[in-house]
Design a protein around this ligand. Structure first.
Ligand SMILES: Cc1cc2nc3c(=O)[nH]c(=O)nc-3n(C[C@H](O)[C@H](O)[C@H](O)COP(=O)(O)OP(=O)(O)OC[C@H]3O[C@@H](n4cnc5c(N)ncnc54)[C@H](O)[C@@H]3O)c2cc1C
Length: 509
């Protein structure tokens, strides 16, 4: 029998999605309680307005990609929440969608985009890209390694292409997504699609040119089948877009989820409720002890970071293995328009860039990417500088920059890389502590161990989702939470134990 009272730990996008999918699909007699430790919902989604509400700053995620099954599920959610009219999409042919830069070794380098002619010209005029050309031509003939073997992202790209590509281009991408170190991140768990290309086609290049993407698994189909197909208008816009957000930023999605959930009679959402202890009693009941009381439920969905869950359930293995990196996020807005010398999405800094003394990961050109989020009468130049990530891992607490120092470092970076010397009209500098999990090599097999331990110790009383496990993007978080909610309602009727980590079940490999 499916659980009668779900208790969800954590009110970020993962927890809110799990609650919403349960509420959408469970009978009204099923109780759903969501507990959030802080005084607000959204977790790392932190959209704020400054300067008399004229300027939008994102201190966490800023854009969504309309790709893959996760992308489809998020769009369906937007449609059902009736917030399609607030979607701001970046057309595929806009400069911010076409132009991406890296800073290497001491200058801006434009990366080849979708335009073939300018892509070739760019490649031929850039030394490290030119050197990688022969590696690209050779790659289809490089023998694949044994299936299911994991290795670092750096080792994979060095093996299949060359070390320079791994050091420069791929490390820049890893900075952009994970703020992480390519020599430590797991290829299998972070660049999964590319990892699978070698597995399925024997080569990344052959995989990329194959027109035969793998179909959704039967397990994923349960979720895909729930997608409402009546969102034609939204799909028309999205099909022509490479990225999107909302008028008031990504927070508009979590605010809409909270508003919708508050209208459901069987759902209770609580802020300022840190879960301190979980007591799994004999029978089905679980006692949940928070900082302001205790109550009982019969299934826990944990979406809190793994390093928080281990405090509640120390017997579970591997939860502390992966570190979470700290990122300095500095939002800056200038009153003057068009201060940027180039148009594009932004600049990423590779690990190989010398003299990166402020540990810059990248700069996002917010006013090029999402130009309509600020007051329509203004025309700000707006950027976000991100610093630290894996570079801060060896820092002692007192060595981490405070907010003033972060701002100073960001402004200096804007001067030296983009020639911007103007005084900002508004800024916010924040050290986002332990915000992105680092899936280190063999993450997949550790998740297999965790899956088995949850199954054995908790039967159908505990499941997990959230950015600690199967993907950090919002698309991944939504997809995994939605799938978990549906599996819990469907499979537990058949007495199948659901942990949220079925995808890594070692037996089905
Ligand atoms: C700077 C930055 C930029 C990013 N950019 C992008 C982007 O552009 N696009 C994209 O797709 N993704 C991006 N991401 C990734 C994405 O935002 C996150 O992975 C995602 O928001 C994580 O959501 P979550 O719900 O799994 O976890 P969280 O947001 O961490 O939510 C977990 C919640 O649990 C609560 N909690 C913790 N302990 C307890 C407890 N004991 N009891 C109760 N509650 C507890 C926390 O307060 C928190 O609210 C970015 C992330 C960061 C940090």
């Amino acid at each position: 029998m499916p659980p009668q009272h779900f208790v969800i730990l954590g009110g970020g996008i993962s927890g809110l999605t799990a609650a919403w999918y349960l509420a959408l699909n469970a009978p009204l007699t099923t109780k759903i309680t969501l507990l959030e430790a802080s005084n607000r919902f959204g977790g790392w989604i932190q959209s704020t307005r400054v300067g008399d509400d004229r300027i939008l700053f994102e201190q966490g995620p800023r854009t969504l990609r309309p790709v893959g099954l996760g992308g489809l599920v998020v769009l369906d959610m937007i449609n059902r929440l009736k917030i399609s009219e607030f979607v701001h999409a970046l057309p595929k042919d806009a400069p911010a969608a076409q132009n991406r830069y890296i800073f290497y070794p001491n200058k801006l380098v434009k990366l080849p985009g979708s335009n073939l002619i300018s892509g070739i010209r760019q490649t031929l005029s850039t030394k490290f890209l030119l050197k990688s050309l022969s590696a690209v031509v050779r790659e289809p003939f490089v023998r694949p390694v044994l299936p299911n073997l994991d290795e670092s992202v750096h080792s994979f790209f060095t093996r299949r292409f060359n070390e320079q590509l791994a050091d420069i281009l791929i490390s820049a991408l890893a900075h952009g997504i994970y703020a992480g170190d390519v020599k430590k991140l797991s290829m299998r768990s972070t660049f999964t699609n590319i990892y699978n290309m070698e597995k399925s086609y024997g080569s990344v290049i052959r995989g990329a040119f194959s027109r035969n993407p793998s179909p959704p698994s039967d397990e994923d189909m349960t979720l895909v089948e729930t997608i409402n197909r009546d969102n034609e208008d939204l799909m028309k816009i999205i099909n022509k877009s490479s990225l999107y957000s909302f008028k008031d930023g990504i927070g508009q999605l979590t605010n809409a989820l909270v508003k919708d959930l508050r209208g459901k009679p069987n759902v209770e959402l609580k802020v300022d409720s840190r879960v301190r202890e979980l007591k799994f009693e004999d029978g089905n009941e679980i006692e949940i002890i928070t900082n302001n009381g205790k109550f009982k439920g019969d299934h826990i969905i944990s979406t809190i970071p793994a390093y928080e869950l281990v405090k509640l359930l120390p017997m579970l293995p591997h939860l502390e293995y992966n570190p979470f990196v700290t990122v300095g996020v500095v939002n800056v807005a200038y009153e003057q328009p068009n201060l940027l010398p180039i148009k594009g999405f932004g600049v990423l800094f590779p690990q190989a860039t010398p003299d990166n003394r402020h540990h810059v990961l990248g700069i996002v050109f917010d006013s090029d990417t999402m130009p309509l989020q600020d007051h329509p009468k203004d025309n700000y130049t707006k950027v976000t500088v991100m610093l630290g990530g894996h570079y801060y891992e060896t820092f002692k607490e007192e060595e981490l920059p405070d907010e003033e120092e972060l701002l100073h470092q960001a402004l200096q970076t804007l001067e030296t890389t983009l020639g911007i010397y103007a005084t900002p009209a508004e800024y916010v500098a924040k050290l986002q502590r332990k915000c992105i999990p680092q899936y280190y090599v063999n993450h997949h097999s550790r998740l297999g161990g965790l899956h088995n331990a949850i199954k054995e110790n908790f039967k159908n009383r505990l499941s997990v989702c959230g950015s600690s496990y199967l993907g950090v993007s919002i698309n991944d978080c939504v997809f995994n939470s939605a799938k978990l909610a549906l599996n819990l309602l469907n499979d537990s009727k058949k007495d199948v134990v659901v942990t949220g980590l079925e995808r890594v079940d070692v037996k089905i490999e």
